[in-house]
Design a protein around this ligand. Structure first.
Ligand code: PRP
Ligand code: URA
Length: 214
């Protein structure tokens, strides 16, 4: 896959992101460290993904004089983690934009077909007026991400971005083709999927590693 053909895809090249992804992949990384790394990578990715966050001018009194100065209009931002693993990225974004609203989409992959099934969706309103950033560390077949974007669009979402930590070429292509109007931010593009639709080399099951459920 030549991702450069997709204008809506950004593969992040920052060395700090690459370094932390290597630590994340290590099977010996313990749950608490894994969680911290997911938060830190989300924060670093957000630096790029939130480049066009709306600003508004606010009056501020400096020790010298009063002036108008820009502040982030955080209430315009909705972050939407895909449950469960996307939850691990929320604190990283909140550290940068504490006033961001949070929606949730519950999706699980059928272990046999790998098709996504939605079991929950609650979004902050009015969703059509917000920049919506969907969070999920893993973009594997792309089924969950495509379904999450469909769901948000059906509920009125218009300005949508998707942020993941690791993507497989198959999933990235599927999402970029299905939703050419959304911007996609990826921490690393891995080699391929295996027969169980796990990303290779990947990091295993992100939800299990974040919540210690295996
Ligand atoms: C994982 C991951 C993504 C999805 C990616 O979630 O967090 O949501 O798989 O796979 P896809 O691109 O092939 O759809 P999972 O369904 O395992 O649920 P969990 O987060 O609750 O463990
Ligand atoms: N979900 C995960 O958590 N990991 C993968 O490699 C694929 C889907």
């Amino acid at each position: 896959m030549n991702y450069k053909n997709y204008k809506n895809v950004t593969i992040l090249e920052h060395p700090l992101i690459k370094h932390k992804i290597t630590l994340l992949r290590d099977r010996n990384t313990a749950t608490s460290e894994f969680r911290s790394l997911v938060e830190e990578i989300a924060m670093l990715e957000a630096f790029e993904a939130l480049r066009d966050l709306p600003l508004r001018d606010q009056e501020v009194e400096t020790p010298i004089e009063t002036c108008m100065s820009p502040v982030i209009d955080g209430k315009k931002l909705a972050i939407v983690p895909i449950l469960r693993a996307g939850l691990g990225m929320v604190n990283g974004i909140h550290a940068l934009v504490p006033s961001a609203k949070v929606g949730h989409i519950g999706l699980y992959r059928d272990p046999e077909t790998h098709e996504p099934h939605e079991y929950f969706c609650k979004l902050p309103s009015p969703i059509e007026e917000r920049l919506v950033v969907i969070l999920d560390p893993m973009l594997a077949t792309g089924g969950s991400a495509v379904e999450a974007v469909n769901s948000i669009k059906e509920r009125g979402g218009e300005h949508i971005k998707f942020m993941c930590i690791i993507a497989a070429p198959e999933g990235l292509e599927r999402l970029a083709e299905a939703h050419p109007d959304i911007e996609i931010y990826v921490g690393n593009l891995d080699r391929c999927l295996n027969e169980q639709a796990y990303i290779c080399p990947g990091l295993g099951d992100a939800g299990d590693r974040i919540f210690g459920t295996k």
